[in-house]
Ligand binder design. Structure first.
Ligand SMILES: [Zn+2]
Length: 316
């Protein structure tokens, strides 16, 4: 399902000591391979590493809602360009995910759960120090989703999450937000957008909340990518199978001629492309099925062109 259960703070605290050796080892190797001079903390990577082909600035002055599985528009990527995103961390498998990315000099965006960031602040700092973008994914990842909470309660959970991640990071994270379970509301999206937050859906996902082997996940996400040819890919760094398949996935991207695009907050307009006329939401039928009729948005909300006809008063 698209609502992976977030780990409790207790479970995370129990898992934390086990993270230490891997974390220390990674720090040691990062130090070992650091550039000898010039002050750059960038670790050296293999000559044939995947790396990052280009960086796209996401306009911090003007929020948007993008990702074709939920919204009728997405990032204007070239053929065979991929943006990597990870939800629900920091968590037990996060160090392994970071190690795999570091080995390939790859960069990703992490949408963090606030209470997890409170429990594992060192991993938040490590992800940022290794060049990844840190975004937000609510404080509590509420099981009933933000859509079924009162607007005030949902806003409070979002704000508490932002504060917790920023505190763990020791700086302001990117104004990037992803709704748990993609269960947004037009009001919450408008509020975030008006404050410069871009709301991210995804263009394809790895279905790593399902029970399968790492190899099955690898085959599944690669087949989806070959079909889409590009896109914002959603993984969960809270899922052990994703951590286990990630190195091989990154090697396959390289082998198959894909290139990585890193996203970060910037001051230029976000390059956005509209979906075709036959666009439909992938996530709404799943949300309706999972949460019941109460969770249904009015049919117009996410329809193609809805943003164009919506009042612009909420935008800066
Ligand atoms: Zn999530």
């Amino acid at each position: 399902m698209i609502f992976p259960t977030a780990k409790t703070p207790q479970a995370l605290a129990e898992a934390a000591p086990q993270l230490k050796p891997a974390f220390l080892l990674a720090s040691f190797f990062a130090g070992l391979f650091a550039a000898p001079s010039g002050g750059a903390a960038e670790p050296a990577c293999a000559p044939d590493a995947l790396g990052v082909a280009r960086v796209i600035d996401i306009d911090r002055a003007k929020g948007a809602a993008i990702g074709l599985q939920t919204y009728p528009r997405t990032l204007d990527l070239h053929d065979h360009e991929v943006v990597l995103t990870f939800d629900d961390g920091p968590a037990g498998p996060t160090p392994q995910v970071l190690d795999a990315l570091a080995k390939e000099c790859a960069r990703a965006t992490f949408f963090l759960i606030g209470r997890n960031a409170e429990s594992l602040p060192a991993l938040v700092k490590r992800a940022a120090a290794e060049g990844h973008t840190i975004g937000h994914h609510s404080y509590s990842h509420p099981e009933k989703t933000l859509r079924l909470m009162s607007e005030d309660a949902a806003k409070a959970d979002i704000e508490k999450g932002i504060a917790a991640v920023d505190k763990a990071l020791g700086a302001k994270a990117a104004p990037f937000f992803r709704f748990p379970g993609f269960a947004d509301t037009p009001e919450l999206v408008a509020d975030l957008n008006s404050r410069g937050y871009t709301v991210f859906g995804s263009d394809l996902w790895a279905s790593d909340w399902s029970k399968m082997t790492p190899k099955a996940e690898l085959d599944l996400v690669l087949s989806r990518l070959e079909k889409n040819r590009k896109g914002i890919v959603l993984f969960h760094d809270s899922q052990a199978i994703t951590a286990q398949m990630l190195s091989e996935f990154l090697r396959e991207l390289k082998k198959r001629g894909y290139s990585l695009v890193h996203i970060k907050p910037g001051d230029t307009p976000t390059p956005i492309v509209d979906a075709g006329p036959d666009w439909t939401s992938t996530t709404e039928p799943i949300i309706a099925k999972t949460l019941g009729p109460k969770a249904r948005l009015s049919p117009q909300t996410h329809e193609h062109g809805a943003q164009e006809s919506a009042p612009k008063s909420g935008e800066p």
